[in-house]
Design a protein around this ligand. Sequence first.
Ligand code: GSH
Length: 473
Amino acid sequence: MSFLLISASRTLQSSFVRQSFLLQTSRLLSTPQLRHAQTQQTTGDYPTSNSRRRYRYYLLSIAAGIAIGAAYTLRQSRKYEGLMPEYMSNVEPLERKAMEARPVPPPVTKHITFDEPPRENFPFKLTLYQYVTCPFCCKVRAFLNYNRIPYDIVEVNSVMRSETKWSLYKKVPILVVENEEIQLNDSSMIISAIDSYLRMPTKRFQNISKLYQAVIERDEKGKLSFNYPNKYFLVEPLVDDRLDPTRQVQTEKTKNDVSDIQTTIVAENSSSESFFSRFFGRGKAKNEQGLTTVGAGSVRKNEPKPSHHKSSEQYRLERKWREWVDTKFVHTLSPNIYCTLRQSLNTFRWFSQAGDWEQIFPWYQRWIIVYVGAIVMRGVAGKLRKKYNLNDDVRVSLYECGNEWVKAVGNNSFLGGSQPNLADLNVYGILTAIQGTEAFQDLMNHTKIQPWFERMKHLVEPHFADNRIRVTT
Ligand SMILES: N[C@@H](CCC(=O)N[C@@H](CS)C(=O)NCC(=O)O)C(=O)O
């Protein structure tokens, strides 16, 4: 799924977009004078030497641009040649090498903190490399924001992508756990890894992240593809790694078949909360008295940690809908937001606004990205519609997904019941990626999803304390 020049820029990587982009560029540059000059060149009827020289410069610059682009692409594709076998299951050494090459401190563009303390203590410093309107990045942000976990953002320039040049994994989101210099890739893997930690903290985050190893393959074009087979599963670390050995929770991955999970909480202190509210609660805001600061945020001193107990049926349901978001719902978005030239253009204008492109791109690059991007993506949208088997009227497919989701939530406030689960956060996250578009408005107006969306918004959004743009060095 490639939004924007996320797409227009991926110019030199996807042959379809590359061809369309170059076609548009050559059309744009093909002014009447240029065509006239070309005719004269072929007929031998030359204009004055000055204008001839100027046209030659134009052509030379274009040719040089193409040659540099092609050389760069070739170099990038060969960068890991020799290092990478055809199939690779342990990428750790390469990722470590990449992390060493990462510029530190990272070029942070925003710092996200919250008025209220985190739902659970998360003592690691995080940096999110993202495109602001990428639905996968929005998923990660919705998860972090809901849990009120502070993080820094590095907004990646989707044309140059220089901010992620160090990484072997070429997509966003990438989340770096700074304290341990660990790179997490793929939105679902990131969310599962952090949620696993929140459920059962370990001394080192690595003890969890290593349970999400990538399987890397190289496709026939030589491009690396990263797969995280465990990405929808919450994992349980080795017993010895646990931060709090008094908590023993059997998680879904290992105890999938046990319908009634045995959970033991040994409270460190007596509490007035009922056992059942602690047992089933996902943790409440802890901004009252008795706070103590631990790592990244504050948690109430001696508060017994909620167990996050879920039945294996609830886990299965959550996992099923998380997969549905990634394999179905998200694929209806692009064809809908770019479905006509007018909507495509409006979408790009909104991206420009939401992504602060005025800060990132000079005006002429912004202009090219918005207009060329809108044209290119209008074309891509048609291809995606076919690829994902969507209805000729793509809105129908979007509404179908919206209705499917509303039906799954049923009479509950959220799919997770009275509190959102990871699937709720994922659906909400991808929808925020298209919030400024006509397709989003249509979805709200033609399905019954809006009340759920508003409930989610209320829980996820209002906690920011500081998202000022920091001057980068
Ligand atoms: N499965 C990945 C997908 C990430 C993804 O496709 N990101 C897009 C941006 S929306 C990207 O970085 N594309 C760059 C590229 O394909 O070169 C996830 O869930 O994080």
